[in-house]
Design a protein around this ligand. Structure first.
Ligand SMILES: Cc1cc2nc3c(=O)[nH]c(=O)nc-3n(C[C@H](O)[C@H](O)[C@H](O)COP(=O)(O)O)c2cc1C
Length: 249
């Protein structure tokens, strides 16, 4: 019997291909929940870092989940002062990077903000920002102090910039230079953001770009201008600066 006929070879190849693709599908669906859980923890960790409430660098997934649940979350209509509590707000990922789906939420029309409170007063607000870097979309969180104008912290959540060059936006020393910078002088109820990242820009409203990674570092500043400006969180922040932060609680 000829065991090397063309039809037999094709049949064998087809069976092997089908078996392998079935194996891959099973593995993908088996690991998917774990992948989603890691992604959610990763996001919560970045938010807590900006919030200043990350329970230690070596915090377990459970510690992170507890600290994250302690934050108040509000959903903001971008470009307006409207910020409301909503069920499922802790899981709401307007970027949809963690894979949770929320059919009711139109991407980039609404976004979550995270409040650190002592139960009576808002002490910090954490805002998601994103934008185009040199090669990839950059995702970060920026925290403002209780005047809603002073930068308290920044954490970089995700990016796909060049290792050793663009990824220097994650350097703790550079991110530390953001602390205590102001978004704007607040005159005449201005909503635009004066804060910027540029070469030799270190002043009250500015941070120096990273030499050799100017494109990526300037992009981080630009996304803060976009997201915290009039079409983003600007109207809400202006309202909060007038002293209405407790209304959020
Ligand atoms: C292969 C390659 C990858 C690069 N990746 C980045 C990057 O991820 N982010 C960045 O800002 N610049 C990157 N650069 C450098 C930019 O092309 C540019 O030179 C730099 O941002 C300008 O900074 P400087 O004006 O301080 O020299 C890369 C350059 C090369 C050749």
């Amino acid at each position: 019997m000829n065991t090397e006929s063309l039809p037999r070879t094709l049949l064998l190849a087809t069976c092997v291909a089908l078996f392998c693709s079935a194996l891959v599908s099973v593995a993908v669906s088996y690991f998917r929940p774990m992948q989603l859980a890691y992604a959610s923890t990763d996001r919560a960790r970045a938010i807590l870092e900006a919030a200043g409430t990350l329970p230690g660098k070596a915090a377990s997934e459970r510690d992170i989940a507890i600290a994250y649940a302690a934050l108040d979350v509000r959903i903001v209509d971008l470009g307006s002062e409207t910020a409301v509590a909503a069920s499922g707000a802790h899981a709401f990922d307007h970027w949809r990077l963690s894979g949770e789906s929320d059919a009711a939420a139109a991407a980039f029309e609404r976004a979550p903000v995270y409040l650190v409170t002592d139960g009576e007063r808002v002490q910090r607000i954490v805002l998601p920002v994103s934008g185009k870097g040199m090669w990839s979309t950059l995702y970060a969180y920026i925290a403002l102090a209780d005047d809603f104008n002073t930068i308290a912290a920044v954490s970089i959540y995700r990016h796909g910039e060049t290792p050793g060059i663009g990824d220097r936006i994650e350097d703790a020393a550079w991110l530390e230079t953001w602390r205590n910078k102001r978004l704007s002088d607040g005159r005449d109820g201005r909503l635009d953001v004066q804060f910027r990242v540029a070469e030799n820009a270190a002043d009250r409203f500015g941070v120096d770009a990273i030499s050799g990674a100017t494109i990526t570092s300037v992009a981080v500043g630009a996304m803060v201008q976009d997201w915290l400006g009039p079409d983003g969180f600007g109207p809400l922040l202006a309202e909060l600066r007038q002293g209405s932060a407790e209304d959020l609680l």
